[in-house]
Design a protein around this ligand. Structure first.
Ligand code: 3PG
Length: 404
């Protein structure tokens, strides 16, 4: 019998068991409320499944980067517990002191306070991992978004548990992203924009440069390539620390006859607020007091010409200032083209997913990744620590089974 690379929940006997469910609810909180619930929504099915199978479910997550060993209410998961109570239509209490004694009865769901308040989490200490392992009968890792971290609750703990399962969202992320790494239907097109995690995005472009068929860039990443190509940038935002790498990639593109497709026309403004007009221009017509705030219609058409025949598209990051209506059209049109394309489509990142949701296109994408930086590192071809650990758990378990 062919064994899977992970031990999945359908192999688990959960009745009456205390389950420690590690999720990644590192979500933005605004005015005491969850501001983007995509990561939470993506795990609700797993939580309900565990509860209906008769388990007591203790949900474990980090939020932000508080100082270890000090409680800080700014990083409390209380807003998440409140969100869960509403979403699951039952009381989901927040347990603040849970490390010494975890009480959770069958059928109950509790949210544990931020694991990063515990000393030893970020340093992956064995003592903490071992202690957490004693609190449960079953551990489920559903935190793919934390898989790039070698930390106690996503990595160390699995060593100390005979029953470490990989959750369905985690498995789905690995299988879906693998279609843009090892199991590729070509042409493979990357659409890279946005402001967040530029270091991982540039590393991704560098590591996959030879392998990706077409690279389309916009937003601040696109601006950085335009600057590297000696364009006047006016007041546009770009990333000076990535100019050298952008120049190297452009030079490499020339020698390898490979296109990095940059904006040829743009929508410009004079400020990043509603006061500004929005004017379509050729990229070389930018005035010194203007900023690039979206890609223009000609660029959209160029991008569409690559996206439509692609068999696999990976998109991360908006291509303009989508917070303002007048600078949304480029990103929105590209979002629609990817949704229309017949190939396998993957979108990643909070801002990108929220555009897709606003346009009600979620079901038209093959995979909406909630994995953030972990997804980007996975796409670089990196072996993520928590993925390795869950694979190792499966290898050990199946080896033991074979002996009997
Ligand atoms: C993420 O959002 O990338 C994950 O939740 C990991 O968070 P971290 O960068 O604080 O480890």
């Amino acid at each position: 019998m062919t064994r899977s690379r992970f031990i999945t929940l359908d192999e688990a006997n959960l009745k009456g068991k205390r389950v420690l469910l590690r999720v990644d609810f590192n979500v933005p909180i605004k005015d005491g409320k969850v501001a983007d619930d995509s990561r939470i929504k993506a795990t609700l099915t797993t939580i309900r499944y565990l509860q209906s199978a008769g388990a007591g479910v203790a949900i474990l997550s980090h939020l932000g980067s508080p100082r270890a060993a000090i409680y800080d209410s700014d990083y409390s998961l209380a807003p998440v517990a409140k969100y869960l109570s509403q979403a699951l239509d039952q009381d989901v209490p927040l347990i603040v002191e849970w490390l010494e004694d975890l009480q959770v009865s069958p059928g109950q769901i509790v949210m544990l306070e931020n694991i990063r308040f515990a000393s030893g989490e970020k340093t992956n200490t064995d003592a903490l991992a071992r202690k957490m392992a004693t609190l449960c009968d079953v551990y489920v890792n559903e935190a793919f978004a934390s898989a790039r971290r070698e930390q106690s609750s996503v990595h160390g703990i699995a060593k100390y548990l005979p029953l470490a399962y990989t959750g369905p969202l985690f498995v789905k992320e690995v299988e879906a992203l693998d279609k843009a790494v090892n199991n590729i239907d070509r042409p493979l097109v990357f659409v890279i924009g946005g402001q967040r995690r530029p270091e991982i995005k540039f590393e991704l472009l560098k590591t996959r440069f030879e392998d990706v068929d077409k690279i389309l860039v916009g937003g601040v990443i696109g601006n950085t390539f335009l600057k590297a190509a000696n364009r006047e940038m006016g007041k546009s935002l770009y990333l000076p620390e990535f100019l050298d790498l952008s120049r190297e990639l452009l030079a490499q593109a020339k020698t390898q006859n490979k296109a990095i497709i940059m904006p040829v026309d743009i929508i410009v403004g004079t400020s990043m607020d509603d006061e500004s007009d929005a004017v379509i221009k050729k990229v070389d017509a930018l005035e010194p007091d203007e900023l690039i705030l979206d890609i223009g219609p000609e660029t959209v058409a160029l991008f569409q010409a690559e996206i439509t025949p692609a068999r696999t598209v990976f998109w991360t990051g908006p291509l303009g200032l989508v917070e303002l209506d007048k600078f949304q059209s480029g990103t929105y049109e590209v979002a629609r083209s990817i949704a229309r394309s017949d190939g396998y489509s993957i979108a990643n990142g909070g801002d990108t997913l929220s555009v897709i949701e606003t346009l009600e296109l979620s079901t038209a994408y093959s995979h909406l990744s909630t994995g953030g930086g972990s997804s980007l590192e996975f796409l670089q071809g990196k072996q993520l620590p928590a993925v390795s650990m869950m694979e190792e758990s499966a290898r050990v378990r199946y080896a033991v089974e074979r002996e009997y």
